[in-house]
Design a protein around this ligand. Sequence first.
Ligand code: AQP
Length: 329
Amino acid sequence: MKELLFSGVQPTNVPHIGNYIGALKQWAELQHKHRSLFCIVDLHAITVPQDPKKLRQNILDTAAVYLAVGLDPKRCAIYVQSEVPEHVELSWILGTIMKISELERMTQFKDKSKKRGENVGVGLFTYPALMAADILLYDTTLVPVGEDQMQHVELARTIARRFNSNFGDTFTVPQPLIQKVGARIMALDDPKVKMSKSGAPVSFISLTDEPDAILKKIMRAVTDSGKDVVYDTVKQPAISNLMTIYHHATGKNMKEIENEFTGKGYGDFKAALADAIIAMLAPIQTKLNEYKKDPTELGRILDAGRDAASKLAGEKMKIVRERVGLGRS
Ligand code: AQP
């Protein structure tokens, strides 16, 4: 079977190194192997309140980040979710066969709604129906995501099977693609929670952070009660998280990292880690500044991505409407 890849980032802020390590870095490699669609999921972003002006800016900045990390518009479609309305239409249809109990089980909904208290919109609850639509609309076979999105991809698989059984074979059942190390980068100030764009600034390193800020954030990052640089996610979750970042920034494996810092303390390790992150982000930041200076080219790339995605989405929705019996023949 020919593989098709789909994934996205919410334009809720500048992506952080967790997004890069868990998702974007993989995308840049995978685009060379498979047909790929990379979406800026602005409709997902509004499931929590956004400032409209900032959102529009974040959409363009996220597109620039996609290009800066190496996505090549000649190899993949880069587009904005809300510009392909079939995502919403399919989301509504899939929502009619999703169970409330399935949505209530979603960890992301439980976590985010706990934070928001009374102020939770229905969109946050039905987020997984939109995510299932994003994926199924294109007969996606592979979904490269961080571990936090695994539960949503599982639900998309369930819904694809349910739709196929209710209405006849229509959707491909997708597979998640999760990295072995780095699928969940944890917050720098609390290794129990994942690094998130909406966390406190000290909890994440954004792809646009300056060297000084990176050094400060890493030096302040929480460590464990021990003092050895040893990879043990149970006994030393904080240092193991930092080692995972170091592994991705340098390509060294955990044994090599442990050997490098034998007899040295956390201070030496953190200084080396900050240098490695600065070096990892430098070429991305240079390219990012170039793309941000050329909004016309960015617009051209997003238009072409939208047109390519719309063509596929339009064809699929014709079949879906017919299977469900919507409209007229
Ligand atoms: N900490 C992480 N480690 C590894 N992968 C991660 N991803 C997200 N966080 C980590 C992966 O990045 C892709 C885009 O995710 P997102 O746009 O949902 O970004 P976010 O930072 O995770 O945002 P939040 O926390 O859900 O919400 P906001 O924006 O409100 O802060 C996905 O593949 C995700 O798995």
